[in-house]
Design a protein around this ligand. Sequence first.
Ligand code: NAD
Length: 283
Amino acid sequence: MILQGKEVAKHIHTELKEAIRPLKKPPGLAVILVGDNPSSQTYINMKRRACEKVGIRSFFHHLPDSTPEKELLELVKALNFDAEVDGILVQLPLPDHIDPVNVIEALDPKKDVDGFHPVNLGKVIAGLEDGFIPCTPLGIKKLLEHYSIDVAGKHVVIAGRSAIVGKPLAALLMQNAPGCNATVTVVHSRTQNIKELTRQADVLIAAVGIPKFIKADMVKEGAVVIDVGITRKEGHLVGDVDFENVEKKCKAITPVPGGVGPMTVAMLLQNTWLSYQRSHSSS
Ligand code: NAD
């Protein structure tokens, strides 16, 4: 079975559109891009188009590559106080002279709809529900739920330990909560005998950023395989899984493109809507 993230994301868009349509003043998402990285521009365009589709207003701040860190921090602080803005997205990577940690920590955690701020990451670990779950881990959980793939009691192996995918995904799926309760193993660049571990996975999630890293002999017969990786190669997007060969032996698999990527964007919209609802219910 192919897990069609693109189709599931469309359903989520439709639901959001319906919910937002009656509002006089729809939610607003501030989108910050520093420099002209072509991949970042593509991602930003996708996210802004998705906002437009569901009726979220996006406020685009495109700053030159030479922007000093101080200036970016000032913009973030101003957006923190801007009542029109429910969510703030800073597209990564940033130019080398800007420390992304400083920028993420400058965000108001209540507007950090990407869920990258340490306060929000901490809330994922603590199992507190008043933060924002990072979009890719949340999108993967929703995709599994949509296809009734229950990870409870299952062995989930995650390849990759980044702060935006691997680590929060592990914390999320091991929680004692609906759609979670997995036994999670995280493998990374210093893990020995990766294959021995990945072959034990009931659900194998690849987020390493190396094209076709997961080969058929690393996958158990009948496993579910989720491919987070996106690498641009000769004008095409390539995942971390050797799809052609792995597909034959697994029960379900996500394609690249059209799998986790659209779910990530849908969760960005959903988090922005959540932020709007939270700020409007407390006033
Ligand atoms: P990252 O570069 O921050 O982390 C990569 C991880 O892979 C590291 O933790 C590292 O330990 C691990 N790794 C590297 N080489 C390895 C090896 N040989 N064996 C085992 N582990 C190894 O990456 P990231 O930001 O988590 O992104 C990973 C991939 O997912 C990238 O291709 C990125 O473009 C993609 N991505 C996709 C989405 C989406 O929405 N689909 C979202 C975020 C990231």
